[in-house]
Design a protein around this ligand. Structure first.
Ligand SMILES: Cc1ncc(COP(=O)(O)O)c(C=O)c1O
Length: 319
C-alpha cells in the first residue's frame, strides 16, 4: 500500500506513520470494528466524492448493531473525508473510515472504559480486480466456504470480524488461480463475492440476490439498480440457485473497490461469450459516465471535495 501524508485520527490530522493503535486494542483481538470504503473520482480535473453521506450513514448503522457509539457526528466524519483528500492533494482516492473499540479492558463485552477510536485514511487505489478484468472480465469460482448465516454474524453490517469470511473466500480463490470467489448463503443459494455484490443477466433482465441471501446491501449495487431502471431494464432481487450462474447470459460484480467488473467465467465455464457482455458494458458505461460527465447525476450522488482546508477543520479544531 502506498502511504499518503495525512490521516484523520480521533479528531486530529496526523502524519501517516503516527496514526497507530495499541496492540491490546479490543478490535485487534475480536474484530470489533466497523468500516467503510468510499471512492473519490476525478471529474473535470477536480475530486468528487461518490455517495459519501450514504456510506457514512451505513457506518453509523453498522456501529448501531454492535452498540459501538461513534463520538463524532456524521457531518464531522464527512468533513474528515474532505480533509484527508485535500490535505493529501489527491484528485482521486479510496477513503477508509473506521470506528473501532480501542485500548482498555480486555473482556469480550466492552466496559465503559473502552474507547471508540475513529480514523479516516485516504489512499490511491486503482481497479480492485485489475484493469484487464474491468475490460475483459474476471475469472471467478464458487467457494467451498459459505457466507455467514443470518443468525450468526449479520452479513448486512460492514464489521471487521465479518471479513474473516471474505478472506477465506478470496484466499481460496487466489490459491486456485481465480481472480475472486463467490460465496453461497447458508441455504445454498447464491450470495455475493468476497467483497462485491453479484448481478446476473438473463434474457435482458438483471437479477441480483436479495438482502436475505446474506449479502452486504452494496451502495454500488443500489447505484446499478437505479441506473438500470432509468435505462429501461427490468431488475429483480430474487434468490438464485448456483446453476443459474452457469447458464446466465452475463454476470458482473459491483462494489466500491470493484466498481462494475464483468465476469468472464465461473468455475472455468465461460459465461456468455466468455468476455464482457453488451448489457454489462452499458451498465459499466453508465456508471463510469457519472465521473466523465456522460451520465447525468440525477440523484445528486457526487459531492465536490472542499479545496478549502478551513472548511474541513470543524472537528479537528474542536478537539
Ligand atoms: C462483502 C461485500 N459485499 C458487497 C460489497 C459492495 O458494497 P459497496 O458497493 O457499498 O461498496 C462490499 C464492499 O464494500 C463487500 O465487502
Amino acid at each position: 500500500m502506498q502511504a499518503t501524508q495525512t490521516i484523520w485520527h480521533n479528531g486530529k490530522y496526523k502524519p501517516w506513520a503516527e496514526a497507530t493503535t495499541h496492540v491490546m486494542a479490543h478490535a485487534l483481538h475480536y474484530g470489533s470494528s466497523v468500516f467503510e470504503g468510499i471512492r473519490v473520482y476525478e471529474k473535470e480535473g477536480r475530486p468528487v466524492g461518490f455517495r459519501v453521506r450514504e456510506h457514512m450513514q451505513r457506518l453509523f448503522d453498522s456501529a448501531r448493531v454492535y452498540r459501538i457509539t461513534i463520538p463524532y457526528t456524521l457531518d464531522e466524519l464527512v468533513d474528515a473525508c474532505h480533509g484527508v483528500v485535500s490535505r493529501n492533494d489527491l484528485n482521486s482516492a479510496y477513503l477508509r473510515p473506521i470506528a473501532y473499540r480501542g485500548y482498555g479492558s480486555i473482556g469480550l463485552a466492552p466496559k465503559d472504559d473502552l474507547p471508540v477510536d475513529v480514523a479516516v485514511a485516504a489512499i490511491e487505489w486503482g481497479a480492485y480486480l485489475g484493469e484487464e478484468a474491468r475490460e475483459k472480465g474476471a475469472r471467478v469460482c464458487v467457494s467451498s466456504w459459505q457466507r455467514v448465516a443470518p443468525n450468526t454474524i449479520p452479513a448486512g453490517v460492514k464489521a471487521g470480524g465479518t471479513y474473516l469470511s471474505s478472506q477465506l473466500i478470496s484466499m481460496e480463490a487466489h490459491r486456485l488461480g481465480y481472480d475472486e470467489g463467490l460465496g453461497l448463503s447458508a441455504d445454498g443459494t447464491l450470495s455475493e463475492g468476497a467483497g462485491e455484490n453479484l448481478f446476473l443477466v438473463k434474457n435482458g433482465v438483471l437479477i441480483t440476490p436479495p438482502q436475505a441471501s446474506s449479502i452486504l446491501a452494496g451502495i454500488t449495487r443500489d447505484t446499478v439498480i437505479r441506473l438500470a431502471h432509468a435505462m429501461g431494464f427490468e431488475v429483480r432481487e430474487q434468490a438464485l440457485s448456483r446453476e443459474a450462474l452457469y447458464t446466465a447470459d452475463e454476470l458482473f460484480l459491483t462494489g466500491t473497490a470493484a466498481e462494475v467488473t464483468p465476469v468472464a467465467s465461473v468455475d472455468d465455464l465461460d459465461i456468455g461469450c466468455g468476455s464482457r457482455g453488451p448489457v454489462t458494458q452499458r451498465i459499466q458505461d453508465a456508471f463510469f459516465g457519472l465521473f466523465s460527465g456522460d451520465t447525468e447525476d440525477h440523484f445528486g450522488w457526487l459531492e465536490p471535495i472542499a479545496a478549502d482546508r478551513a472548511a474541513t477543520d470543524r472537528v479537528a479544531s474542536a478537539s
